[in-house]
Design a protein around this ligand. Structure first.
Ligand code: SF4
Length: 368
């Protein structure tokens, strides 16, 4: 399959590993920003095949994982309203809120439905004019344009029974927050290629310049990731700190201009609370004034809902690359995909879920 098989090719992966080993002379720590990259790394065993000098740590690029508890609680509250259909993507259903999840609320009788696209929610609104249809929208710059397009469509159709609870987040401000932190443990970053497909590269070049750190844009397949690691190590060994694009088959300098126009039309940049990481300035997108009629937070006044995160779950530290899932005392004991204590265990891009699925019997080789 073009653009897939060649990026999973074992011989190519072995050649890249050989090259990485040949040029690595001292310890380096690299963060893969995206949860999809984390899953690919753990699934393919890249973390075990790299030279001992290279440590991979996992970043905040899992949209389900970084959605704060209070938004889960808001969605659960909305699902309990009479005459309401709460729609969202499948990953969100099992994320624990303060006391329950959307799935448990569904089992109690609430009309919670998993959809594959926000357009399914629009269709439900057209088919059920006597009900309120609410779409719980989360995600990075990748999913926001599609949700923005749905809001434009809702406005065009004058769909008064449709609204959206949005918790969109932006990657570059989160990276800036990590780079500005005190920890200083990460030497280089693998940026998420699919996010850069939308945003382009300007913000990432600024981060390289401001923090003198190499950032390499990569895809989600094993060969993509190994190529990204090789380019990062080359820069680190040479003392360079540049933005490199290894995902040229999809990412251009300017990104997707049409998607960017939609984002500017429908959303405005806002401060956003990230689960386990606190409030990061200008790191979120909220619904702009011309579309406020479709903003569920305004329509149903959710200002009274707030939530305190549990102290037992260390997902916040994992999302900042400070801990690994296997260092959590609850990992694979009190916390499993069947009985999750945090979003990182249930999300398809969550680091805890990746460790549980692919390496929980290999803990001794994956904890460092
Ligand atoms: S294993 Fe469970 S409790 Fe521990 S950090 Fe991951 S999600 Fe949280």
């Amino acid at each position: 399959m073009k653009y897939l098989a060649e990026f999973r090719d074992g011989q190519t992966a072995r050649s890249l590993l050989t090259e990485i080993k040949a040029i690595t002379t001292r310890p380096w720590t690299i963060m893969e920003v995206c949860g999809g990259q984390t899953h690919a790394i753990i699934k393919s065993g890249i973390n075990q095949l790299l030279p001992a000098e290279i440590t991979l740590v996992h970043g905040p690029g899992c949209p389900v994982c970084v959605t704060p508890l209070e938004f889960i609680d808001k969605a659960i509250y909305l699902a309990g309203r009479p005459n309401t259909i709460l729609t969202t993507f499948g990953d969100m259903l099992r994320v624990p809120g303060s006391s329950e999840s959307l799935l448990s609320r569904q089992s109690e009788g609430a009309d919670v439905r998993m959809v594959y696209s926000v357009l399914d929610a629009i269709r439900l609104a057209r088919e059920n004019p006597d009900k309120e249809i609410i779409f719980f929208a989360i995600g990075f710059e990748t999913t926001a344009p599609g949700n923005g397009t749905a809001l434009i469509q809702a406005k065009r159709l004058n769909l008064t029974n449709f609204s959206m609870l949005t918790c969109h987040v932006l990657v570059p401000p989160a990276l800036r927050a990590l780079l500005s932190g005190e920890t200083g443990r990460v030497d280089g970053y693998l940026a998420a290629g699919h996010v850069c497909t939308i945003t382009g590269l300007t913000d990432y070049k600024t981060l390289c310049h401001d923090f003198k750190v190499p950032i390499v844009v990569t895809g989600l397949e094993p060969v993509d990731i190994l190529e990204g690691i090789l380019h990062t190590i080359r820069q680190l060994e040479d003392g360079r700190a540049n933005l490199e694009n290894c995902y040229t088959r999809l990412v251009s300098d300017e990104g997707n201009l049409h998607a960017q126009t939609t984002l500017r039309e429908v959303f405005k940049v806002c401060d956003r609370n990230w689960r386990g990481m606190g409030t990061i300035p200008e790191s979120g997108l909220s619904i702009a004034e011309p579309f406020k009629q479709w903003n569920a937070e305004i329509k149903f006044d959710l200002s009274h809902i707030s939530a305190e995160e549990s102290g037992e779950c260390i997902a916040g530290l994992i999302l900042q690359g400070l801990k690994k899932p296997s260092q959590c005392l609850s990992f694979a004991t009190d916390c499993t995909p069947q009985k999750p204590m945090g979003a990182t265990m249930v999300s398809g891009e969550g680091a805890c879920g990746a460790y549980y699925k692919y390496s929980r019997f290999l803990q001794s080789t994956t904890t460092t």
